[in-house]
Write a protein that binds this ligand. Structure first.
Ligand SMILES: Nc1c(C(=O)O)ncn1[C@@H]1O[C@H](COP(=O)(O)O)[C@@H](O)[C@H]1O
Length: 508
């Protein structure tokens, strides 16, 4: 297990060995590393991984604060063991240390809540900001058990964790939020579908497939295109394949790794928009929903999020109701993301749920009174949930996906960030992943401002998309207010005309 000290030694040279392409971004990266080194020196906190630390494990606050050297004096040890006085004394253990873990750490620092992460990569995005980082696999039973002993509450930033161990730990009294039962249901997308259909949540039709014959029968029943999905370990588009005809079934199944990995099919949902709702549940079972957003995917990966979604009030209400009902059927505290399809005929169907903060909620950092990350921490430690409403009229989140491998990829991303920094209302988030890969989520940019239309123009200008060089920010949005039901015929015609001219409307 690497100690923080080793990481401190590694990080600066790692920055130097990969010269960032622009001076301003170089400063950006280095300043974070330096801050962190100072912070760690001040706090002098490290996980002790030997069994000798077990005498302190009953107290999660003290468990992480073991003294640096065996020859330290009693008084320094006493100081090390003094209780923390953050907004919660619980140490939050997070399985996974990717960008979601990193943003949890950022939110935690505001409240002086201590977050420790378990992640196999020594320089994972959360490592530099976590109170501590245990280097190890969140899919390895012994490691998860060892890690859990040091936490007041255990949570996840990825659902692809060893759930059997979480169940065992819960039986031993370890507090997991959300509950292991929830992770078990969600990490298997087929089980997820079975669970939600049993709870009356509207879904695309689906069925398990074990061989080509069954898949062909599903194709006859549901028609084409047919969506084929892996049950487990599917994320960021990996694990989904579309067969446009019966002839494409075999190759789609091969792409997914064959029937051995566990597959199921879904009837193609004729959606006109993809929507998402972040839902928070506190330990007291109180539930709050964030505003409905529209998500735009490219090659199955989230690309753009628009908040609030430009859909009629009735659709927003329906989306909220479905999301609320779905999350009510699961156990445990935290934030959950509910991804939805809006179909041509105005139905809302559940696509899938994540038991953690989610890409569709990144905009909340700048646009909502309580970000999804702060909310998740509040929920799992048992603080009151915060206000999820938007404090800006609109937000757009744009993912910085790897455009190229290695250095050329860093260069493209950093050039775009440099342009984003000149846009009013823009905030750049860079996850500090050591390796650049095509389509990998490397960072994101959030734009906040007066309307989604204005922000869309700013986003396009940032990307230098054709026709937006002059920052054309005219994008009207008309509110339709009815005094009484008798206004309906007139208002309906007004809405139809506005729609004909591509002017977005909102009914109040
Ligand atoms: N993108 C997702 C998903 C998902 O989409 O299912 N689950 C977790 N994450 C975030 O991505 C990181 C891994 O990112 P990389 O694959 O780029 O290393 C996780 O640690 C979590 O923060």
């Amino acid at each position: 297990m690497a100690s923080k000290q080793i990481l401190q030694e590694l990080k600066p040279s790692q920055f130097l060995s990969r010269p960032p392409p622009s001076l301003s971004l170089r400063f950006f990266s280095v300043s974070i590393a330096v801050d962190n080194r100072n912070r760690n020196r001040n706090h002098n906190h490290r996980l002790r991984h030997s069994s000798s630390s077990s005498s302190k494990l009953y107290n999660p606050v003290f468990a992480c604060r073991t003294s640096r050297d065996s020859h330290e004096t009693d008084s320094s040890r006493k100081d090390d063991d003094s209780p923390v006085h953050g907004l919660s004394e619980k140490i939050v253990g997070v399985l996974g240390g990717g960008q979601l873990g990193r943003m949890l750490c950022q939110a935690a620092s505001k409240m002086a809540i201590k977050v420790i992460v378990l992640d196999p990569s020594e320089n994972c995005p959360a490592s530099a900001l976590a109170y501590d980082h245990m280097v190890g696999s969140f899919d390895d039973s012994a490691t998860v058990e060892e890690f859990a002993k040091r936490c007041g509450v255990l949570t996840v930033e990825t659902e692809h964790v060893d759930v059997a161990t979480l169940e065992k730990l819960e039986q031993q009294g370890i507090d997991c939020e959300p509950k292991a039962s929830t992770i078990r249901i969600i990490q298997d997308k087929y089980l997820q579908k079975v669970h939600f259909s049993r709870h009356g949540i509207p879904l695309p039709e689906f069925m398990e497939i074990n061989n080509l014959e069954e898949t062909k029968r599903a194709g006859e029943l549901y028609g084409y295109p047919l969506m084929i999905k892996g049950k487990r370990l599917a994320y960021d588009g990996r694990g989904n394949a579309v067969a446009k005809s019966e002839g494409e079934l075999s190759s789609a199944i091969d792409v997914l790794g064959g029937f051995g990995r566990g597959l199921y099919v879904e009837k193609w949902a004729p959606f006109i928009k993809e929507l998402a709702v972040i839902v928070a549940r506190g330990r007291d079972n109180s539930i709050l929903c964030y505003p409905v957003v529209e998500t735009i995917h490219k090659e199955n990966i989230c690309h753009i999020v628009k908040a609030p979604a430009d859909v009629p009030w009735r659709i927003r209400k329906l989306a909220n109701d479905v999301a609320y009902k779905a999350i009510s059927s699961l156990e445990g505290a935290g934030v959950f993301a509910v991804e939805l399809f809006l179909t041509r005929d105005g139905q809302i169907l559940l696509n899938e749920v994540a038991p953690r903060p989610h890409n569709s909620g990144h905009h909340t950092i700048e646009s909502c009174y309580t970000s999804q990350f702060e909310q998740h921490l509040r929920a799992v430690v048992g603080l009151p949930l915060g206000d999820p409403s938007m404090k800006t009229p609109a937000a757009i989140m744009y993912n910085l996906l790897g455009e190229d491998e290695g250095e050329p990829g860093f260069k493209v991303a950093h050039q775009l960030i440099a342009r984003a920094l000149e846009i009013p209302g823009a905030t750049a988030h860079w996850y500090d992943k050591p390796e650049m890969r095509r389509q990998r989520k490397m960072g994101h940019i959030t734009l906040v401002g007066p309307s989604v239309g204005v922000l869309e123009a700013r986003r396009k200008s940032m990307l230098r998309e054709e026709g937006y060089e002059n920052r054309n920010e005219v994008a009207p949005r008309v509110g339709i207010v009815m005094g009484s039901d008798s206004d309906l015929p007139v208002m309906k015609d007004a809405a139809r005309i506005l729609n004909m001219f591509g002017v977005s409307t909102e009914e109040w």
